[in-house]
Design a protein around this ligand. Structure first.
Ligand code: C2E
Ligand code: MG
Ligand code: MG
Length: 723
């Protein structure tokens, strides 16, 4: 109840005096004033009565036999709950010494005997009021203290003029000081690590310089080495007229909160496989770096590293091996960075409340086999090059996986702020273009973004766009290259090869635009058209009485992986009325490495329709003989490079010879690709190769020219010339 609203009836007063007369007078006076009264005749009784009744005030005589008033006073005061209990001494001895002793023993006030009724009543009322105010304050403080403890929230107040710091109990508890310790600023500062001390100091000075009226700050403190704590301070600043400041703030222990936040941050900003920062981390930190560089007129560099031919590792050693190697590579890159802070989350990059942390270098894994580095603190390009060289060097040391030794390289593209881009997105795009350029230049090197690369990537973009149009508008054509059957001297089959004549750039090779169509996600659309088109033309030639021939179409890895391919082929056959054995698909070895189960099912599905299946470019990939028996091939195509070499070098000749023999034993039809020279043809005839495809007879022809070719049969003359 507020002290103001109290009436005398609310209070109980203990009157202690061995002199009955005085005790009665005192009791009567106070009872008349409305107070409740209890009495004690001596010291011992006083202590007993106090214990049972807990009066609000004690009116105490000093001189009593046995336990005197000084002792009673001391005994009462010694009890912790009586700290603020008002004890008023009644004394006839108005000597200063007794009064001083009584105060030492804990008395609150005194009144001289003989008692003056009016003064006794007024003084009692006054003391009780004061004591009640004190008590209320005490309760409030206890409540606040409790609340601070529960919330782990301490408070402080800095008086700049007096250079005095006042702190709450919880503040001290959080920082490991005794609750009532008069903590000094220097003691608080002593709990900081040097680097953080400087940062916090700089922030504080900045805040004052900018005349800010509040700030929020998170930092770590070390009450002990083993148990650092994370705290958040929120403070308000009052600027006094005399130029001084007063700062009041709270200190929140967020160690636990931070540790669960840390787990969330770990998930959000780090890659689980390699423990490196992930794409989100990279993106936010690059944005922050760019912002800082812009503010400070500094540079920063985005270095994009893409491992060369990493899919081969996944395909040949398996994904587990790929994962393990990526983890090893990450560790190596981290070592090469020479800066452990490059994987540390910069609070300022992700939290707008944290002010101005210096941006550090970053190493992150973007996805798959792509890594990225952001460099901030360099003064010359040579510094950037030195980092790249360190990274590539560490990468190129052979790695061991089980018994295999693996050597990896990477292609690297670099874009610099501000010359190669003003924002993070442009920088990444340009670093990517530079990286692609490095790949196209033979891999295992690095390239800085340049206007030449810019032109090339723009050109590529424009070609991609044109290709999109060409595919949608049906501007692509299929040409057909005949394959001559040496045993029958007939064209029994042809390979359908796609052709694109660009309105401005002329003929563009499928070697260039097929991968492009794969990348921009149009290969299936292109492939679907091509299957229908090839079936339809082949059927048309049947109907015209030329042929029958078998037409081979090339399938890309993506087409093979897309569900529904078998159905698509079946419906193309149904729609055109072509018989399945007049259709063949060619796939390269690379395709077999990826998801070989699915590939096997798809190829078996095609075989069960009656479609033939050829292994293309044999000899350029892994040339694993096990593929020949594991997958349902009907045809094998020996790559052009072997054919070309076969007449130049006895070893290649022997290989071609052996492959032809092998096919015979495996009951596979064998095709020689890229036959250009008469001596190549003679060699192949000698070793009884089944089919010959190559410029020696004909390049791929447009459908009309191809039909003419079949009608005129010019190969017959070519063959008879050989005899
Ligand atoms: P490929 O399937 O191995 O096709 C054979 C390539 O060798 C064709 O090149 C053909 O024109 C060329 N060639 C044939 N005979 C000779 C010769 O005597 N000498 C030389 N130097 N070259 C010869 P092209 O048409 O440029 O195709 C290149 C590659 O593009 C093809 O290799 C194939 O992998 C891919 N491709 C072509 N058309 C398609 C298609 O319709 N779909 C898919 N997915 N890929 C295709
Ligand atoms: Mg082919
Ligand atoms: Mg080929």
């Amino acid at each position: 109840m507020p002290a103001d609203n109290l009436i005398n009836e609310d209070f109980l007063i203990l009157v202690v005096d061995d002199d009955d007369a005085i005790r009665f007078v005192a009791s009567d006076t106070l009872a008349d004033a409305g107070f409740n009264i209890i009495e004690a005749k001596n010291g011992k009784q006083a202590l007993d009565v106090f214990k049972t009744h807990k009066p609000d005030l004690v009116l105490l005589d000093l001189v009593m036999p046995e336990i005197d008033g000084f002792q009673v006073c001391e005994a009462l005061r010694a009890q912790p709950q009586n700290e603020t209990l008002p004890i008023m001494i009644m004394t006839g001895l108005d000597d200063e010494e007794s009064i001083a002793r009584a105060f030492e023993a804990g008395a609150t006030d005194f009144i001289i005997k003989p008692l003056n009724h009016f003064i006794l009543e007024q003084r009692t009322r006054y003391i009780l009021r004061t004591s009640r105010v004190l008590k209320t304050l005490e309760q409030r403080e206890a409540r606040l203290n409790n609340a601070e403890r529960i919330a782990k929230l301490g408070s402080w107040d800095w008086n700049g003029q007096k250079k005095a710091l006042r702190v709450s109990k919880e503040f001290n508890r959080i920082l490991g000081f005794a609750e009532d310790h008069p903590t000094a600023v220097t003691e608080m500062v002593g709990l900081f690590r040097d680097e953080e001390k400087d940062r916090v100091k700089a922030l504080y000075q900045q805040v004052l310089k900018d005349n800010e009226t509040s700030f929020v700050l998170e930092h770590t403190m070390y009450p002990s080495e083993e148990h650092p704590i994370r705290v958040r301070q929120e403070a308000e600043i009052t600027y006094l007229e005399n130029g001084h400041v007063r700062v009041s703030g709270t200190l929140h222990d967020i160690t636990e909160e931070t540790s669960s936040k840390d787990q969330i941050l770990q998930l959000a900003y780090y890659d689980t496989l390699t423990s490196l920062p992930n794409r989100t981390f990279f993106k936010t930190h690059l944005e922050y770096s760019v912002k800082q560089a812009r503010k400070n007129g500094a540079c920063c560099a985005v270095i994009l590293l893409d491992l060369d031919l990493f899919t081969r590792i996944n395909n040949s050693l398996g994904h587990d091996a790929g994962d393990k190697l990526l983890a090893v590579i990450s560790q190596r890159f981290l070592e090469a960075m020479n800066n452990p802070a490059c994987i540390k989350l910069n609070q300022a990059a992700i939290d707008p409340y944290t002010v101005n942390e210096k941006s550090d270098d970053v190493l992150a894994r973007l996805e798959g086999d792509q890594f990225v580095v952001v460099l901030n603190n360099f003064s010359r390009l040579d510094d950037v090059i030195a980092v790249i060289q360190r990274l590539l060097k560490r990468l190129s040391t052979p790695m061991q996986y089980n018994t295999q030794s693996v050597v990896l390289t990477a292609s690297v593209g670099v874009a610099l702020y501000p010359v190669n881009g003003q924002d993070s997105e442009t920088l990444v795009r340009n670093a990517d273009a530079a990286m692609r350029f490095a790949k196209s230049q033979g891999r295992n090197n690095f390239r800085f973004y340049s206007s030449e690369i810019d032109a090339k990537s723009k050109e590529r973009l424009s070609i991609e766009n044109d290709l999109r149009h060409a595919i949608h508008n049906g501007d692509l054509e299929l040409h057909y290259q005949p394959k001559i059957n040496l045993a029958t001297a007939e064209v029994t089959s042809a390979e359908a090869l796609v052709r694109w004549t660009h309105p401005k750039r002329g003929m563009i090779s499928p070697g260039q635009f097929i991968p492009m169509a794969e990348e921009i996600g149009l290969i299936n659309e292109l492939g679907d058209w091509l299957i229908e088109e090839a079936c339809q033309k082949t059927k048309h030639w049947n109907d015209m009485g030329i042929g029958p021939i078998r037409t081979a179409i090339n399938l890309s890895a993506i087409q093979l992986k897309t569900p529904g391919l078998v159905e698509k082929v079946r419906s193309a056959l149904d729609n055109t009325g072509l018989i399945a054995s007049q259709l063949e698909v060619e796939i390269t070895e690379g395709v077999l490495l990826e998801d070989s189960h699915r590939t096997l099912r798809t190829l078996e599905g095609l075989r069960s329709l009656g479609v033939k299946v050829a292994l293309d470019d044999f000899g350029t990939g892994y040339s694993s003989l096990s593929y020949l028996t594991r997958f349902p091939f009907t045809t094998l195509k020996i790559d052009r490079c072997f054919i070309t070499d076969s007449v130049k070098n006895a070893q290649s000749g022997a290989i071609v010879h052996t492959i032809i023999d092998l096919c015979r034993h495996l009951n596979l039809e064998v095709v020689a690709e890229g036959v250009e020279l008469e001596e190549e043809l003679r060699f192949l005839m000698k070793h009884h190769c089944d089919l010959i495809q190559g410029f020696y007879f004909s390049p791929a022809l447009d459908p009309d020219s191809f039909a003419n070719y079949l009608r005129k049969k010019p190969w017959l003359d070519q063959l008879s010339d050989l005899d």
